[in-house]
Design a protein around this ligand. Sequence first.
Ligand code: PLP
Ligand code: NAG
Ligand code: NAG
Length: 389
Amino acid sequence: MLVRLTFLFVRVRLFGTMAVSTRGRVIDLRSDTLSKPTESMRKAMYKAEVGDDVLGEDPTVNALEQKSAAMLGKESGLFVPSSTMANLIAMMAHCPERGSEIIAGDKSHVYRYEQGGASQVGGIMMCIIPNKPDGTFDLQQMERMVRPDDIHQPVTSLVCIENTHNICGGKVLPLEWLEELHERTSRLGLPVHVDGARIFNAAVALGVPPARLVERSASMSFCISKGLGAPVGAVLVGSTPFIARSRRLRKVLGGGMRQAGVIAAAGLVALDEMVGRLADDHRRATAIGRAINDFKSKNYSVDVANLHTNIIFVKINPKVVESQVLADRLATVIEAEVKELGEDAVEVKTYALSNDSIRLVTYYEISDEDVNAAVKKLHYVFKECDKRE
Ligand SMILES: *Cc1c(COP(=O)(O)O)cnc(C)c1O
Ligand SMILES: *[C@@H]1O[C@H](CO)[C@@H](O)[C@H](O)[C@H]1NC(C)=O
Ligand SMILES: *[C@@H]1O[C@H](CO)[C@@H](O)[C@H](O)[C@H]1NC(C)=O
């Protein structure tokens, strides 16, 4: 990993001055989607027994679907190429009638980052209510948004929640809130779909079985390709009739895959070997958050008390450094830095989320050693931006 292409000198503009850049080891903290399949996943993929899954004949896909359903306390499962497709299928399966409406949070992935698929492809309207910083929303407001029986209005057919909540910073939805949500939605006769792309992070953080988090939800989807490390895919779980409808929808969306057991095999390894260890990612995320605060500059801070899982939001003072400039600088190594940090002069890749924040995410390939090097780099760059001596 420690390939240093020192012959690759480039002049970079750094805060108005010119510096000579070089290369360093890359620590990529942009997302847990960057995790690559483990050795045991690759072995399982090589050996996977396969068949035509569109005909329901791939034993490895069937095993992944059954195992997922069992772990989440649901009757059936469906393997799909991505969580985006899983969410779209779920929303369409819950809203078969034209003129349906879904209630979701304004910071939810289904609303922000899926091209409005529910509306674009599914013909479903979305009613958006503000997410609170903890990933929840106001339940009284939710109730007020449920449409009355009135021919002028669409029919409220589903409520979507997200656990952990990505854009709220990997937040685990509080169990009490889930209880109250389900009290209200069951009284209203509304099903709940959980976008649980990172549901196992939530379960591990709370120390409860994942099924406990979706007990009263009609459906849930999770990614096997984020913190769980598998290369591709997501699983949607729910009742057997719901999954039968979903299987038809998967086909029309082009998500019917043939010998998909090759990738499902990695998903089975993910469920067996990668769930328990998510706690290490959470511990490392907290360590990075604490270390950022230990730098003791108000210009960079992490709300560590509310850092629940593997996603770290660093709030930055945009008057000192804009987030994109900071992200670019963290991903660059300069000669002067190599003199001071040596092997810890690393390229840290982060994601500029808004102009006053950057996001860092841990996953299984990010080791304690990487955390230490990344923290040294962050401190070095913070000092440079603050022009502290
Ligand atoms: C990543 C993510 C998705 C989409 O997953 P893909 O497999 O990349 O389509 C959906 N919801 C949430 C909360 C996510 O973080
Ligand atoms: C940050 O972005 C907001 C809206 O996108 C804008 O109003 C604000 O001026 C920006 N701040 C800085 C310091 O660039
Ligand atoms: C924040 O950055 C400013 C501008 O460089 C600097 O003067 C100040 O000392 C920094 N704040 C802290 C608390 O370090």
